[in-house]
Design a protein around this ligand. Structure first.
Ligand code: RFL
Ligand code: PHB
Length: 389
């Protein structure tokens, strides 16, 4: 088989790139290790920046998102009983959108299917060959049968555990990592959200986040130990702990119910440099990870796709390699800013096992500064709604 752009990974990054390229008549084939239902079963991001929304529109995949998503002009931040609002509209001039990654992925699959886009599921043992040449190719197996895909470019959209990043030789690749000493235990429940905006809540017992998907679907997280298992947490234990970590006015309004999903995610900051090796381009979680506190993971994946899509489009339209040559540098410049914001917000809101009384006082003083200082609120709002591409 032959295509112009071979895309490894059928998560949001790979699907968005494939669909955007299609709108410009550029051919691609997506190779996904799992099944479509498996990919759609992952409950992940919930908050989308304006840049992401615009890309979905450009990809002609935004109809349902435009009709069903929720516009959030601000968010609540609390510590103990003190709760205050960061006004996105006032400080950054635009809102964020609440629309789940599951829905984004479903919409992109539908758009690819409607356009007869080619996606191969259950692919195994993908190997990227001759990435430094003008004729790279992938080998892989499906149902034990060997296959080969020739292409001009390879987009590595295969997440943190994929093969793409590992293909870049270790002498070329530099990795930067910070692993946080805790995780997030998340549940999804068919209950109305406790508040019409998200609540990021610090407390002496640890962090909690109240989020949502729609009027009758709530997403809550609490900071947990890395040794915890989701099965160790009954629904009642989860709700009790959540109530202890959010202000009383919110706890009193919380509607609880059975969880329909419960999982633990570790927190990590990670960046690999460069994001390009020859004609292989890394995008999204394949190249970088942020802790989820600033809602930047999927949104940073989207800015990568924006730079790569425009670079490829320019190449196929005019033969210029300027955009693809600048890809790694441009993407990384934005990635590092999102890393900084996610690291700052995570460090501010969580309890760390080795934290001293002094460290706790510093967190409280910084939250108090954020509560009372417009410049600090503006900095937070600008980062949260998304820095420009
Ligand atoms: P994905 O979603 O991991 O998709 C990669 C795909 O590649 C496939 N794959 C392979 N296919 C073929 N061959 C191989 N060798 C392969 N290896 C892997 C995988 O099966 C998979 O389908 O990466 P992508 O597309 O870059 O998307 C990134 C986002 O998924 C991620 O950044 C976000 O979910 C992060 N994130 C959030 N981001 C936000 O912007 N806002 C949020 O509110 C937000 N909340 C979150 C989050 C992530 C979380 N977890 C669980 C890590 C909340 C949580 C709890
Ligand atoms: C979510 O709704 O899953 C969510 C929202 C905001 C975050 C992280 C996750 O910062």
């Amino acid at each position: 088989m032959k295509t112009q752009v071979a895309i490894i990974g059928g998560g949001p990054s790979g699907l968005l790139l494939s669909q955007l390229l299609h709108t410009k008549g550029i051919e691609s084939i997506v190779l996904e290790r799992k099944t479509k239902n498996y990919v759609l079963g992952r409950i992940r991001a919930g908050v989308l920046e304006r840049g992401f929304v615009e890309l979905m529109r450009e990809a002609s995949a935004s109809e349902r998102m435009d009709a069903e998503s929720y516009v959030h002009d601000g968010t609540q931040v609390s510590f103990g009983e003190t709760m205050f609002r960061i006004d996105f509209d006032k400080h950054a001039g635009h809102p964020v959108i609440v629309y789940g990654q599951t829905e984004v992925t479903r919409d992109l699959y539908e758009a690819r299917e409607k356009a007869n886009g080619k996606i191969e599921f259950n692919v195994e043992d993908v190997v990227i060959n001759d990435a430094k040449s003008d004729a790279p190719y992938l080998t892989y197996t499906v149902d034990g049968e060997d296959r080969r895909l020739d292409c001009d470019f390879v987009a590595g959209c295969d997440g943190f555990h994929g093969v793409s990043r590992q293909t870049i030789p270790t002498e070329v690749r530099r990795e930067y990592e910070k692993v946080y000493p805790f995780g997030w235990l998340g549940i999804l429940s068919e209950t109305p959200p406790v508040n019409h905006e998200l609540i990021y809540s610090g407390s002496e017992r640890g962090f909690a986040l109240c989020s949502m998907r729609n009027e009758n679907l709530s997403r809550y997280y609490i900071q947990c130990s890395l040794d915890d298992n989701p099965e160790d947490w009954s629904d009642d234990a989860f709700w009790d702990e959540l109530k202890r970590r959010i202000p009383k006015e919110a706890a009193d309004k919380l509607v609880t119910g059975p969880s329909i999903e419960k999982s633990i995610a570790p927190l990590r900051s990670f960046v690999t440099e460069p994001m390009r090796w020859g004609n292989l381009f890394l995008c999204g979680d394949a190249a970088h990870i942020v802790p989820p506190t600033g809602a930047k993971g999927l949104n940073t994946a989207a800015s990568d796709i924006h730079y790569l899509y425009n670079g490829l489009r320019e190449f196929y339209e005019s033969g210029s390699r300027e955009g693809i040559n600048a890809y790694s540098e441009k993407a990384l410049a934005r990635v590092w800013k999102a890393e900084r914001f996610s690291w700052w917000f995570s460090s501010l809101m969580h309890r760390f096992p080795d934290q001293s009384e002094f460290d706790l006082k510093m967190q409280i003083a910084e939250i108090e500064f954020l509560r009372t200082n417009e410049a600090a609120q503006r900095a937070m709002a600008e980062n949260y709604v998304g820095l420009p591409y």
